[in-house]
Design a protein around this ligand. Structure first.
Ligand code: PLP
Length: 475
């Protein structure tokens, strides 16, 4: 029997209103008809309409505003969160998993990477890790430990409060209730995919983009559509032509020190992107995990802080700044959306490690984190200066690149047509790990992603000199 036959009258009203919102007939700020009028229109009792409106307010889709009546307040994430949970028992279709993209890199992922010069690694060098302060934080915590129970579904409250204060400093007012602690940004992306995105919908993202989130989205049955970028970030005007009005779509972006290109999206672009997405009812995932690695000047405010409609789900992490091994990240967004994601997280793993959450809270609430960030920026500045001068000396004739204003990634574009796959293989045999550009996009690219954040600068130079020879030999 069709599902509607089981729907209560109030569910029918809910369905009717959600449809109006999702079809764009009722945009943000739209004042909905009076309860009496709606009841008449839909042929139900007024009390049925009242119950339906209450539910929609709880879901974060409507709000009562003094002197205005009831208005629509969100038409993207909150709407998705108010839909039934997407099927999770359906296995990803093998054809959707384009794992061959990473095979290329993984085939050259050695067991003992220590013997290699790692120009591929997307994390900070061990000598930047704050061992002494970490020991002190751990000792302080050890002195006040109690039993670890399961944490609240959204995570350890003092950590959420510290992140709320941190987000406020970034210009985003978000309460601890609207923050979910996750085991790294990647889990955040997995939860969003599992809980909110529908199979078959389109995922618009920068081309190239971060390898592992592309895999997550593909496994969730999304069709990836690459958006062109320039030195100011992704180009919003390219979005409409990728949209098929009959297929739901969302945008995933890494606006600050993008992986793999290092590009920083300008404030103007950020505004353009937000305006366009608001007008097209496109929800956005903002993956902002490199934000704090600025070298020259703080980046423009996050998209989330410019967003007034709840169109942006913000993903942050401590992996690139403090420690990837802590596995601490967060998602900030509208409360009903966060509640939905928290429930999925509970079903998935009962919450992130209590110990890691306490360590992270201590770093963030004590001011140590901010202090550490200044140190990281100084280190990255030195490393960037050295790396760029080495590149100029050794690869100036063979490649070009933009100087990143933050992060630790350089997108090296080879000037002449060379088989990057062969360069990558030869470099591997010469003891150098590189990430070929092709793993970040489905297009042939003459590019290599280099990291100046991990290897020592002596090793970086040795690696670059060898790379020069390999490129010359591959003519
Ligand atoms: C853009 C981007 N998002 C997410 C991640 C994963 O971060 P986490 O360690 O917090 O899961 C990475 C790691 O390289 C990344 O580059």
């Amino acid at each position: 029997m069709p599902k509607e036959h089981h729907q209560s009258k109030s569910e029918k009203v809910i369905h009717y209103i959600k449809n109006k919102i999702s079809e764009g007939e009722w945009p943000i700020g739209h004042k909905i008809a009076s309860q009496r009028k709606l009841a008449e229109e839909l042929g139900v009792n007024r009390s049925t309409v009242v119950a339906a409106l209450e539910q929609l307010k709880e879901d974060g889709l409507l709000k009562g505003v003094m002197g205005k009546g009831t208005i629509v307040i969100n038409n993207t994430w909150t709407l998705l969160a108010a839909m039934p949970q997407p099927e999770t028992n359906e296995k990803p279709k093998p054809s959707l998993l384009k794992l061959n993209q990473s095979d290329e890199a993984e085939a050259f992922e050695p067991d003992t990477a220590e013997d290699f010069i790692q120009l591929s690694k997307g994390e900070l060098a061990e000598d930047i890790f704050p061992v002494d302060n970490m020991q002190q934080v751990m000792m302080r915590l050890a002195g006040s430990l109690g039993a670890f129970g399961y944490e609240e579904p959204k995570g350890y409250l003092p950590l959420r409060e510290a992140i709320s204060a941190y987000m406020k400093r970034q210009g985003k007012e978000v309460s601890a209730e609207s923050i979910l602690i996750v085991s790294g940004a990647l889990q955040g992306i997995q939860l969003i995919s599992a809980g909110l995105l529908t199979r078959g919908s389109s995922l618009l993202l920068e081309k190239p983009s971060y390898l592992f989130s592309m895999h997550v989205f593909q496994s969730a049955g999304m069709t990836l559509k690459g958006l062109p970028m320039d030195e100011d970030g992704l180009i919003p005007s390219s979005i409409p032509k990728h949209i098929d009005p009959s297929v739901p779509a969302i945008v995933y972006t890494i606006p600050s020190f993008h992986n793999p290109t290092g590009v920083l999206m300008t404030e103007k672009r950020r505004k353009e992107l937000l305006d366009l997405c608001a007008s097209m009812r496109l929800p956005i995932i903002e993956d902002d995990i490199y934000r704090e690695l600025w070298i020259d000047a703080p980046p423009p405010p996050p998209l989330a802080s410019l967003d007034e409609n709840g169109d942006v789900l913000y993903v942050g992490s401590l992996s690139k700044t403090l420690s990837p091994g802590l596995r601490i990240g967060w998602i900030a967004g509208a409360e009903p959306v966060i509640e939905r994601l928290a429930e999925i997280k509970r079903q998935t793993d009962y919450g992130s490690s209590s110990l890691s959450q306490r360590v992270a809270a201590e770093w963030m609430a004590s001011g140590l984190y901010e202090e550490h960030l200044s140190f990281v920026r100084q280190q990255l500045k030195k490393r960037r200066t050295a790396a760029i001068s080495m590149l100029q000396t050794h690869l100036g004739d063979l490649a070009e690149w933009d100087i990143p204003s933050g992060g630790f990634l350089i997108w090296l574009r080879l000037k002449a047509n060379r088989r990057v796959k062969d360069i990558h293989a030869k470099a591997y045999h010469a003891g150098i790990l590189l990430n070929p550009g092709s793993i970040y996009t489905n297009e042939a690219v003459q590019a290599i992603r280099l990291s100046y954040g991990y290897a020592s600068m002596e090793d970086f130079e040795t690696g670059i000199k060898k790379l020069k020879q390999i490129i010359l030999d591959s003519l």
